[in-house]
Design a protein around this ligand. Structure first.
Ligand SMILES: [Zn+2]
Length: 330
């Protein structure tokens, strides 16, 4: 029973995204007992977002019949470059351009619980590595395709964070010189070519150019409320236009995968995020085939390219893993 539990029995994992905040309460054995979701509303400014994260965490604990006193730590995956030691978000283009935001400090003030902030891709690969892969493979690359594209690197069994803790920003690897503009200010980034945002933009631009697609039949000409699942439905009904856009995105993901395999020679490349969760059957074949085409001969030997089973929960799971790890150290 919750009442008789000790303080360190629970942690909360938060996935702070550009569009939504997801919180999950986890037991010591990393079992998720409840989740809550709120929209981020980044355009309302920093104070509003901090208040919404805090509310989302409190709703999740309340939903689990717990008080914040029973939470040992809160882990947060944030979309951007993060300085882990201070819990500062250095730059987050998908959070209305946040710069040098002391998120750990603000949330500890609001919640009264230790808070640990890490890049969302790093957190997600940590979650997959510890729970789904049982910590076994020594070298894992995570590629998470959602609103943006995040990633993380497990090297020699540990999360690799680089010199200034900004490693793993794989969404900003340039795959097309002079390609479409990216939120980071650069052009032709992986994220600007294959994220959900990029896919939706290509579809909307195609419709403007007169492309025929079942999506307008399903959702109206302005494609209000377009979701990744709608793309799957259209493809299964034989929509050639959507098929081509998704195939192009899958090819870019495959090329990125080949680059990582060439550089890191991992045992596992794991793909996740909302786009992969919704379109796994449609995309994985093309991704694996393209990775095979572009990787250096011999480098693919024994390398597994898999879709994560955690789906949208990779972020909260990884954030919970981070919180538990840090709470143990304290
Ligand atoms: Zn970029």
């Amino acid at each position: 029973m919750a009442e008789s539990s000790t303080k360190t029995d629970y942690v909360v994992g938060v996935d702070l995204g550009g569009t939504k905040i997801l919180s999950g309460v986890f037991t010591n054995s990393l079992e998720c007992i409840t989740t809550t979701k709120l929209s981020t509303k980044a355009q309302r400014g920093l104070d509003a977002v901090v208040e919404r994260i805090s509310r989302c965490v409190q709703d999740a604990t309340d939903e689990a019949d717990l008080s914040l006193k029973q939470v040992a730590a809160v882990g947060i995956g944030a979309p951007g470059a993060v300085e882990f030691e201070t819990g500062t978000v250095i730059f987050a283009p998908n959070l209305d351009g946040w710069k040098d935001v002391p998120l750990k400090k603000e949330l500890e003030k609001a919640l009264g619980v230790p808070v640990f902030v890490e890049n969302d891709g790093n957190v997600a690969v940590l979650g997959v590595h510890v729970t789904e892969l049982k910590g076994k493979p020594r070298n894992v690359i995570g590629i998470f395709v959602g609103t943006g594209i995040g990633g993380g690197l497990i090297i020699n069994g540990e999360l690799y964070s680089g010199f200034c803790h900004t490693a793993g920003e794989i969404g900003h690897m340039v795959l097309e010189v002079d390609g479409p503009k990216c939120g980071c200010g650069n052009k032709g980034c992986f994220e600007a070519l294959a994220s959900r945002t990029a896919i939706f933009q290509q579809i909307k631009a195609g419709i403007k150019d007169g492309q025929k697609t079942l999506l307008t039949e399903m959702l109206g000409d302005d494609l209000a409320d377009l979701r990744s699942g709608d793309l799957r439905k259209a493809m299964r009904r034989g929509d050639k236009f959507v098929d081509r856009v998704i195939e192009d995105a899958a090819e870019y993901i495959g090329i990125a995968t080949a680059n990582f395999i060439n550089i890191f020679n991992p045992e596992v490349v794991v793909l996740g995020g909302g786009v992969i969760a919704a379109l796994q059957d449609e995309m994985m074949g093309v991704i694996v085939e393209t990775a095979n085409d572009y990787a250096m001969p011999g480098t693919m030997k024994g390398v597994e390219i898999i879709a994560s089973k955690l789906g949208d929960d990779a972020g909260i799971t990884g954030a919970a893993v981070l919180a538990r790890k840090q709470a143990k150290k304290a």
